[in-house]
Design a protein around this ligand. Structure first.
Ligand code: SF4
Ligand code: SF4
Length: 434
């Protein structure tokens, strides 16, 4: 039985602009015109904060997160700045913290922006994260991420990342992985590590030809990436290690993870319309999932809201899927198959299944060796549930995800213990009586 969805947005992707100065070859963005007005930004923040305030006392406290998105959000810096300044006044008034994430292509950072960010960053009520899209080394990056004149964007981004790191502590680089750039993945990953950012994400596109040969190369390259990660002495966030571990734990606890479109997450267009997430904003010209707007709010009895509920009920395969490298993207499934509950048929699911199978034993080993760790308390909970199973105190702990596997191991343990009880009893019985 799938739980009813309850709209409780805590994270908003705000389209500050649809404009972008790059023409990346794999970009899904179809609308490249229109900026968000500063007043719309203020209305968007007001709507999310007031919606959140209503829920605040009914639910455990969790920070609101505002992600400035686009297009390239820094192309509309006045609206970004209005948003940040307005959020600051709200945080002061209501005494709470918010997350501010900026997802940028890293090409349009000016001195004025850097100075502004430096002045605002020490403010205590913001949790910052700045993510830059960078596809590895210069050759791979410039093959896709080009300006309108087809010139590569690598040089300017690599210079700007250094400036961004001087301002923000939490900086991430995100590489888009495609079947075409898979062969040089470990070389590109090494180039990403050389920037020393605390977060490195490799994100495969859903579209593309994920055939068997490409999948095998992907797995081999990922293994090399993990080796490189440890050889280079890194202990920061790498999604294929840390996110995978989180997902293994979530699967063990049967927590619902992955896509929370229209539930925890919303997307707000430049015109102030509310959608289930950023991708639904981007595809809105083709498929209209508009839930309402930041002035009137969401119509929970409206058609779009019903469609979101219905897609969650129908997406059985995705909802039961245990792979940990896929976010089960309803919007992309809509785009590819005209049905958000359908799954891609281009080898993408097979790729994720095979990667999950290949990474599981590696992650277990790293966990046992203490090279990866769980959140406080989770290790103990997993042990209690028998998921983190120790055969004996001399053997290393092993993370077991499959419930049947857990049951089988518990049975073996029970049989062993019964055998021990039986031998103790026969020993007792064989003792000479006084
Ligand atoms: S791998 Fe396929 S089935 Fe699994 S969540 Fe992703 S899209 Fe859904
Ligand atoms: S996984 Fe897809 S549908 Fe879900 S929130 Fe992300 S982009 Fe949107």
């Amino acid at each position: 039985m799938i739980a009813e969805i309850k709209m409780n947005p805590k994270s908003a992707y705000i389209f500050v602009t649809n404009k972008c100065n790059l023409r990346c070859k794999y970009c899904y963005e179809e609308n490249r015109t229109g900026d968000m007005a500063p007043e719309t930004m203020v209305a968007a923040i007001d709507w999310l904060v007031s919606h959140y305030e209503k829920e605040m006392f009914a639910r455990p406290f969790e920070n609101l997160t505002f992600t400035f998105f686009g297009g390239e959000p820094l192309l509309n810096f006045p609206t970004v700045r209005t948003g940040i300044d307005y959020l600051r006044s709200i945080c002061d008034k209501l005494n709470f913290k918010v997350g501010i994430h900026i997802l940028s292509n890293g090409t349009v950072l000016t001195d004025e922006m850097t100075e502004y960010f430096k002045s605002i960053r020490p403010y205590n009520n913001f949790n910052w994260h700045f993510q830059v899209s960078l596809d590895g080394c210069e050759e791979t990056h410039n093959a896709n991420r080009v300006f309108a004149n087809d010139e590569g964007s690598y040089k300017i981004i690599s210079e700007n990342i250094k400036k961004i790191r001087e301002v923000f502590k939490s900086v991430g680089v995100r590489m888009t992985v495609t079947p075409e750039n898979i062969k040089s993945l470990s070389k590109d990953f090494e180039a990403l590590l050389s920037f020393g950012t605390p977060v490195t994400n490799l994100t495969p596109i859903v579209e593309g030809d994920w055939n068997d040969e490409v999948i095998s190369t992907f797995i081999e390259e990922l293994k090399k990436c993990i080796e490189l990660y440890y050889q280079r002495g890194h202990n920061q966030y790498f999604n294929y290690l840390h996110h995978s571990l989180e997902r293994i734990v979530d699967n063990s606890f049967n927590r619902q993870k992955g896509c929370r479109a229209g539930e925890y997450l919303i997307g707000i267009s430049t015109e102030g319309k509310i959608y289930p997430c950023h991708r639904f904003v981007a595809y809105s010209k083709k498929y209209d999932f508009c839930l309402g707007d930041v002035w009137k709010g969401i119509d929970e009895n409206g058609e779009a809201f019903k469609k979101i509920k219905e897609m969650r009920q129908r997406a059985i395969k995705c909802l039961n899927c245990k792979v940990f490298s896929c976010n089960r993207c309803f919007a992309t499934n809509m785009y590819l198959n005209q049905d958000p509950a359908a799954i891609p048929d281009n080898g993408y699911c097979e790729m994720n299944e095979k990667i999950s199978s290949a990474l599981r034993p590696i992650i277990r080993r790293l966990l046992v060796e203490g090279k990866l760790s769980l959140k406080e308390g989770e290790m103990a909970d997993l042990k209690d549930m028998g998921v983190l199973y120790k055969v004996s105190k001399d053997e290393p702990a092993e993370l077991v995800e499959d419930k049947l596997d857990v049951m089988a191991r518990c049975m073996i343990r029970l049989v062993k213990e019964l055998q021990e009880v039986k031998s103790a009893l026969s020993l007792l019985a064989s003792r000479p009586k006084d």
